[in-house]
Ligand binder design. Sequence first.
Ligand SMILES: NC(=O)c1ccc[n+]([C@@H]2O[C@H](COP(=O)([O-])OP(=O)(O)OC[C@H]3O[C@@H](n4cnc5c(N)ncnc54)[C@H](O)[C@@H]3O)[C@@H](O)[C@H]2O)c1
Length: 260
Amino acid sequence: MISLKKMPQSTITMVGARLLQNGFLCNQALKRESPIMAAGGMSLVGRLALVTGGASGIGRAVCHAFATEGASVVVTDLNNQGIQETVDSLPKHSDNRHSSYSLDVTSGDEIRKVLEYIINGYRKPPCVLGTFLVTQAVAKVMVDQGVANGAIVNLASIVGKVGNLGQVNYSASKAGVEGMTRTCAKELARFGIRCNAVLPGFIQTPMTDAVPDKVLEKLKKQIPLQRLGNPSDVADVVTFLASDRSSYITGTSIEITGKT
Ligand SMILES: NC(=O)c1ccc[n+]([C@@H]2O[C@H](COP(=O)([O-])OP(=O)(O)OC[C@H]3O[C@@H](n4cnc5c(N)ncnc54)[C@H](O)[C@@H]3O)[C@@H](O)[C@H]2O)c1
């Protein structure tokens, strides 16, 4: 299992510094006989998803993708108004139930409370998409509860792989997330839990809204596909990695960059 004490201090700091966007999917077996699934081909019917940083940007798009695929989504974030807005906007089916919860992912206490809420409120064991603290806490619950087919998807960044001017801390933290993902994949494989990362390039979210237009235009010209990504471009890949459609993929990173 993952142990905080065994990780180098620098890695803890780096990973903790940008715990923006994580989540986890419940590891309930798919209800393959579900009428919803038969009609829509949805891959996450009967599953429970936790998304942290779900009030905005990529996190909100992931909530939408999961709910569209039939999952029940627990939306968490520091931003209480944003989580409620996300929940209100999610597609609802007869099989799913969404809720929101205030969560700062740098607080172990808050993570434990949210997990208690989920276990008591949904009575379903979870599977995870998230960075270190969330991963550690949720993986423990999954293993304790004997969950099968768990899936962890971490939000890293292409910057962790190729670097970027002025982003030493960010690139180091994201490289840390990738390394952690590969290690989690090896450690958790014997429990049937898969761990993968996605590496977005420049995605149009409130995070990139802060970048001046002039800089964005210059960036676009350097992207072979000639545009910034949409949050849904990331959410689609996250949904694939969280579903059983990727059941033989673990410990890998998928770039979503327009070939930046
Ligand atoms: N947008 C991009 O171009 C891009 C590129 C590569 C990677 N990423 C990564 O994707 C993730 C999401 O980015 P985004 O663009 O959607 O950002 P965003 O700013 O739109 O959303 C981030 C959300 O995280 C929440 N948050 C911040 N700190 C938190 C904490 N401690 N606990 C709980 N929630 C917290 C914020 O309230 C916000 O709702 C981040 O990890 C980011 O590094 C984004």
